[in-house]
Design a binder for this molecule. Structure first.
Ligand code: AMP
Length: 298
């Protein structure tokens, strides 16, 4: 595996793949902020299964962190991440510095105003502009055929999908299901911030999603009833402080009143102590199909 820090070396590497006998090969790209866990590795494995060449990136993108967020404290485990990428058969790891990605004079920003104005975007102003901008830059550098993102950050995937469509980026987006710990907690680099007690409490996010699922699977069509079940689970956990708990249309992120027509998305952000966790689940009413989702679904 090559580790490349410069845009020029990555471009040369990719051009080499395209221009030599490997020209017809599919390139898959997995962008990450490092502190890799099984969730990231499942993206890499999916990319390996689908593509001939897999490029991963590790870049803690400063522009997607708000002034009061955890940029300085964000876990950085580069040597271990590099080892894991090698073990998973990543062909090239792109690990640029902040100066490489944002040289002096940098000023262009990509915004996706509608999708980004609710949920995470409402609580974290500017976050998705940082995400959309860096993802487009990475796509322009790597020029992959496929981009792999995780369902855990569902709104992020919607923002990127919209941006790619609006700006005619030819890569295909593939969404990979959320990988969870045995007790249901979605794996996240931020789980490292949790104390042992907080880690136990953090299972309420999954508990709330399961409660919503149980309501819908029992044939209840009212989103309000499913929301009530979610709220109940969160309220019962003293360490949990919700930022939002919603049931939305997964294409628009607008709240739905009924979950009877097609798949809906239960989505929540909860603070456990000082750590902010997010999670989501697709709610499929009995007898319905997930046809409203535009992503490739495994
Ligand atoms: P991050 O390093 O947090 O920016 O995440 C990099 C990619 O990994 C994003 O596409 C995330 O959605 C995805 N990801 C993070 N956690 C998980 C998980 N538990 N399961 C699947 N994908 C994940």
């Amino acid at each position: 595996m090559r580790t490349l820090e410069q845009i020029l070396s990555l471009r040369t590497y990719v051009r080499g793949i395209r221009e030599t006998r490997q020209g017809g090969k599919l390139i898959g790209f997995v962008p990450t902020m490092g502190a890799l866990h099984e969730g990231h590795l499942s993206l890499i494995r999916k990319a390996k299964a689908d593509c001939d060449v897999v490029i991963a990136s590790i870049f803690v993108n400063p522009t997607q962190f708000g002034p009061k967020e955890d940029l300085a404290a964000y876990p950085r485990t580069f040597a271990r991440d590099q080892q894991l990428c090698m073990e998973e058969g990543v062909d090239a790891l792109f690990a640029p510095t902040v100066e490489e990605v944002y040289p002096s004079g940098f000023q262009t920003v990509v915004t996706v105003p509608e999708i980004a104005k609710t949920l995470e975007g409402e609580i974290r102003p500017g976050h998705f502009a940082g995400v959309a901008t860096v993802v487009l830059k990475l796509l322009n550098i790597v020029l992959p055929d496929r981009l792999y993102l995780g369902q855990k950050d569902f709104q992020q995937a919607l923002v990127v999908d919209r941006m790619m469509q609006d700006l005619n980026h030819p890569a295909e987006l593939s969404l990979v299901p959320t990988v969870r710990a045995a007790d249901g907690l979605a794996l996240s680099s931020r789980n490292a911030y949790l104390s042992a007690g907080e880690r136990r409490s953090a299972t309420v996010l999954y508990g709330a999603l399961q409660a919503a699922r149980a309501v819908v699977e029992a044939g209840e069509m009212s989103a309000e009833v499913a929301l009530e079940a979610m709220n109940q689970v969160i309220t019962n956990e003293p360490l949990a402080r919700p930022d939002y708990i919603c049931i939305v249309n997964p294409a628009t992120l607008n709240p739905v009143e009924r979950v009877d027509e097609a798949a809906s998305l239960a989505v929540l952000a909860v603070r456990i102590g000082t750590t902010r966790l997010i999670d989501n689940a697709i709610l499929i009413p009995p007898g319905s199909a997930t046809t409203r989702l535009r992503f490739m679904w495994p």
